[in-house]
Design a protein around this ligand. Structure first.
Ligand code: 6R9
Length: 651
């Protein structure tokens, strides 16, 4: 079998240096890499000083019982105090914490840090009145409204552990997560707005809690005003929270106190409750938000378009930005409501300077057409980021040009729910960016690419991404299942964290992510990454999005099957055989004949999770003409019908 990554065939020579003024004034300069390498724990200890500790730690890291880490041992702090109160005490109470933009136009709310302090205190007092105590779990199932970060911070304040569940998840998914965490309280809303309409949430909660013995109360925010069933356990937010005192004395909690559980679905097995704890997590999200986005809290307006139900929202809408005293935008709805320029309108309206989104969104905007962002004034932007999937070089270049005006550095940030914070990323004032590369581990992080045996691959080689040293915001375990924690992450390679992603090092030693290793295809003995074939397809001017999967093939073992969405103007001609041939030839030219897809299907949509990741597993089911596996985490399960209808082979 060939060990040589096909990737070497894909040459990407474009380079983008940081703008000189940004580099000169950057929060983090090139010397930090050496500084952190010389004394890693000392480096993280200095980053922890960004926070206000009620009691100093005695030891930076206790790694005496690997892979169970303790950071900032003996230290005590209150996460909500760090995110809110201390800014008010520093005289910044009037600074805006959130410019909240509801989906219905004109429905906005501004929360200063002083407002946020009052709201969090009231919510904390309400949780106490409802019987929630330190150590209890609270499930939060809310749309993107201010009560969502307020609820998270109220939990953090009193030491309750929150478990936020995506507003798009089903009653089944919600029930499983509530039961796994044994949540005492559920916080929800009657509904939220999506695609111009109220979308109910409360009926899903009612269905879920019919079978969750641990739940004592359901706290309900009135958002849409639509009628909902009332049960004895239900209480309205406006009845209970509004009448509380807006004062609450925050108590310090241990650095290792459980801050939150967030479930990741994975492809198989029951969802894993990823556990994050207070001190190390807040240290790394605050540092990375400062370093990767070059945040200047006095002048920047920052917007991360993720949903808070995803880890990106936890770390980079709530905890990182608030710990740094940032001013953020928070948007409730979808990018095309009421029109496809909504996001750019929001950037122009609030003069957003730092924008953080996902490749799936970028590719969608490419498909909708360049003329849409061109209508808006995006000149306030200075740093733009990407997260969630490998960003294809073409999407990177489009993003840099059409959104970043060829001026803004693009930071492609690799990390996971499990890592808690960004791990591999360019630094906007330091790194000469390469389209498609996440580049280097951040200061204080040791990541590497290893082969089958765990040996580090030389530059130019490919293999598995691993993390070789513990990091402050690492998951501490899988909730209630230490054994699964060890087995899933720490058993593939001795003494290393296995991320589950394929990666390569280029000739400069920079890291390129190649997608989940489960998705790697084996064609005639060659390992071929889905990401590279997808990037080759997207580099064709008529392709907006592509997803690739390996289907069993009698001759080659696996064969490449591609699903493509044509770009704007190309849609009409896209059905013809000619188009498909053109694309197959294009892939053969860019990557080599071995990577030429056996089949290319032109489809209107791709199946994605709510966090925007393509579900290749489902496409494999289609390509192999099997009935579909679990579709419950799909944004829109009718997409699979649309795709199946297009296929000659699938029923
Ligand atoms: C933050 C988040 C984690 C998986 C991860 C990888 C993929 C995320 C990426 C990326 C390439 C990037 N991923 N960022 N792949 N380049 N910049 O997405 O967390 O939902 O847990 O997903 O996402 O495959 O392993 P999570």
């Amino acid at each position: 079998m060939s060990q040589e990554p096909l990737s070497n065939l894909l040459k990407e020579n474009r380079r983008f240096a940081p703008p000189p003024e940004l580099a000169a004034a950057a929060n983090v300069k090139a010397d930090v890499y050496d500084e952190a390498a010389a004394d890693r724990l000392g480096f993280w200890a200095r980053q922890a000083e960004r926070l206000t500790w009620a009691k100093p730690w005695e030891q930076v890291l206790d790694w005496s019982n690997p892979p169970f880490a303790k950071w900032f041992v003996g230290g005590e702090l209150n996460v909500a105090y760090n995110c809110v109160d201390r800014h008010v005490e520093a005289g910044l109470g009037d600074r805006v914490a959130y410019h909240w933009e509801g989906e219905p136009e004109g429905d906005t709310r501004t929360l200063t840090y002083a407002d946020l302090q009052r709201e969090v205190n009231k919510a904390a007092n309400a949780l106490l009145e409802l019987g929630v105590r330190k150590g209890d779990r609270v499930a939060i199932y809310l749309p993107m409204i201010p009560e969502l970060p307020i609820s998270m911070l109220a939990c953090a304040r009193i030491g309750a552990t929150h478990s936020v569940v995506f507003g798009g998840f089903s009653a089944d998914a919600l029930r499983t997560r509530i039961n796994d965490a044994q949540a005492k309280l559920v916080i929800t809303a009657d509904g939220g707005y999506r695609r111009g309409k109220p979308s109910a949430l409360k009926p899903t909660v009612d269905e879920a809690v019919a079978d969750t013995p641990s739940v004592e109360r359901v706290l309900v925010v009135r958002r849409t005003g639509e009628e909902t069933a009332q049960h004895e356990r239900d209480v309205w937010w406006h009845d209970v929270v509004d009448r509380q005192s807006d004062r609450h004395e925050a108590q310090p909690h241990d650095a290792e106190h459980p801050l939150y559980i967030l479930y990741t679905s994975g492809t198989t097995g029951k969802p894993k409750g990823i556990l994050h704890t207070a001190g190390g997590y807040l240290t790394q999200v605050a540092y990375t938000h400062h370093a990767v986005f070059d945040l200047k809290p006095e002048t920047d307006v920052y917007w991360c378009s993720a949903d808070i139900g995803w880890v990106t929202g936890h770390s980079y809408i709530v905890y990182g930005p608030l710990a740094n005293g940032a001013t953020s935008v928070m948007y409730e709805g979808t990018p095309d409501t009421p029109h496809r320029g909504r996001w750019w309108e929001i950037i122009a309206k609030y003069k957003v300077t730092i924008f953080y989104t996902a490749p799936t969104a970028i590719r969608t905007f490419m498909k909708w057409g360049d003329d849409i962002p061109a209508k808006y004034d995006l000149s306030s932007l200075r740093v733009i980021g990407s997260v969630g999937e490998p960003i294809n070089p073409e999407a990177y270049v489009w993003y840099r040009h059409h959104i970043g005006a060829d001026r803004c550095p693009v930071v492609d940030t690799w990390w996971q729910t499990e890592t808690g914070a960004i791990m591999i990323s360019p630094l906007p004032g330091v790194t000469e960016g390469k389209p498609g590369a996440a580049m280097r581990p951040l200061p204080g992080i040791s990541a590497d690419v290893v082969d089958d045996t765990g040996a580090s691959v030389p530059n130019g080689g490919g293999g598995f991404l691993v993390l070789k040293e513990p990091w402050p915001s690492m998951l501490r375990t899988i909730w209630g299942d230490d054994e699964r924690y060890v087995k899933t992450y720490w058993s593939r390679f001795e003494g290393m964290y296995f991320a589950g992603d394929g990666a390569k090092k280029d000739d400069d030693g920079d890291i390129w992510l190649l997608g989940r290793v489960d998705d790697v295809m084996l064609v005639s003995g060659h390992n071929i990454s889905t990401t590279e074939v997808e990037s080759a397809l997207v580099s064709h001017p008529k392709v907006a999005e592509a997803a690739v999967t390996g289907a069993t093939d009698p001759v080659t073992g696996q064969a490449i099957v591609a699903f493509v969405i044509p770009r704007g103007a190309a849609e009409d001609e896209a059905d013809g055989e000619e188009f498909v041939k053109e694309l197959r030839d294009h892939v053969a030219r860019t990557l080599g004949p071995i990577a030429k897809p056996r089949q290319i299907m032109v489809v209107p949509e791709l199946p994605k999770t709510r966090s925007g990741k393509i579900m290749r597993r489902l496409l494999r089911d289609v390509a192999e003409n099997r009935s579909l596996g679990d579709v419950t985490t799909l944004t829109d399960s009718s997409v699979m019908d649309l795709i199946s209808a297009k296929l000659p082979t699938a029923k």
